[in-house]
Design a binder for this molecule. Structure first.
Ligand code: C2E
Ligand code: CA
Ligand code: CA
Ligand code: CA
Length: 280
């Protein structure tokens, strides 16, 4: 093992060295990010395609770094996972989202739902305590259905009991589940059925091909029909154009999410997207 370590050291280039140093620095900075109020939650609307109404939102975590500016979750979530900080961040996000959905259920739509992302590393993290989440919902008097948990395809192939126990615990608490990035991995119908997944999220790579590629359109129609047979609703991600939206409606898609409707925004900006209530 020592030899292997030494030979690996030989291939450690200056660029890799720099990347490792940046990562180390970010890991240290991330430790203080929560207490220093640098982490916040952005919300992106999920629109009912038939009516154009905003019925749901996806919560996307943001890190406003004091010197580096906005750091992408694609960069810091893996760091949070490797350092174990993900449990703390995930729990903080959940509490924010629960407080937010309570508010939006009162002043926007009584069935409003917010989805949160939960990575496989979070499922395997020992400090990831589901009971705290359920307790928080109880304190707020909220039903589990106000939250949907977005998971990825790989998780469904993970046979460990900790994964299935947590997935079933969500279901027991009445929370819904969404399969994220559908179409990019190794989807298996049997797993969708086994865990009673509620929503299928068609990946944006797929959506962006709809207009140019008629095979993708046919596939999309087939996926949506299949999802409906299994009792799932379908959300298309990364909807950027009116053409894409119209093809998705034609294919029978239930919900759309993407820059066409809105980018992820602050909670305050999100409320401005709600229709103005008539007061007369
Ligand atoms: P995701 O869950 O697939 O989220 C969708 C990503 O697509 C978001 O990137 C969103 O800003 C972006 N997006 C939405 N609409 C459009 C569009 O019309 N066009 C394009 N090009 N992009 C669009 P974001 O916010 O940078 O998040 C990246 C990834 O980071 C997420 O991918 C998710 O996997 C992860 N992530 C974000 N927040 C959390 C979190 O709280 N916990 C965990 N575990 N992961 C998170
Ligand atoms: Ca997601
Ligand atoms: Ca996605
Ligand atoms: Ca993704």
């Amino acid at each position: 093992a020592k030899d292997l370590g030494r030979s690996r050291f030989c291939y450690f280039t200056p660029a890799m060295q720099e990347a490792a140093e940046i990562r180390l620095r970010l890991t240290n900075d991330l430790r203080h990010a929560l207490t220093d109020n640098q982490i916040w939650v952005a919300y992106q609307p999920i629109v009912d395609l038939a009516t154009g109404e905003i019925k749901k939102a996806e919560a996307l975590v943001r890190w406003q770094h004091p010197t580096r500016g906005l750091v992408s979750p694609a960069e810091f979530i893996p760091i949070a996972e490797d350092s174990g900080l993900i449990a703390e961040i995930g729990s903080w996000v959940f509490h924010q989202v629960a407080n937010q959905v309570a508010k939006w259920r009162v002043n926007h739509h009584s069935m409003f739902q917010i989805s949160i992302n939960k990575s496989p590393a979070q499922f395997h993290n020992n400090s990831d305590k589901m009971a705290d989440w359920f307790e928080h919902l109880n304190r707020l008097g909220l039903p589990g259905g106000c939250i949907a948990v977005e998971i990825t395809e790989g998780l469904l192939l993970d046979n460990s009991s900790v994964v299935s126990d947590k997935l079933l615990a969500f279901k027991d608490a009445g929370m819904q589940t969404s399969l994220d990035d559908f179409g990019t991995g190794y989807s298996s119908l049997s797993y969708l059925k086994k865990y009673h997944i509620d929503f299928l999220k068609i990946d944006q790579a797929f959506v962006s091909n709809l207009v140019a590629n008629s095979t993708d359109m046919a596939l999309c129609e087939a996926i949506i029909a299949m999802a409906h047979v299994l009792g799932m609703k379908v959300i298309a991600e990364g909807v950027e154009t009116v053409e894409q939206r119209d093809l998705l409606i034609k294919a029978g898609c239930d919900y759309g999410q993407g820059y066409l409707f809105s980018k992820p925004v602050t909670a305050e900006e999100f409320e401005k997207l709600f229709p103005v209530e008539k007061t007369e």
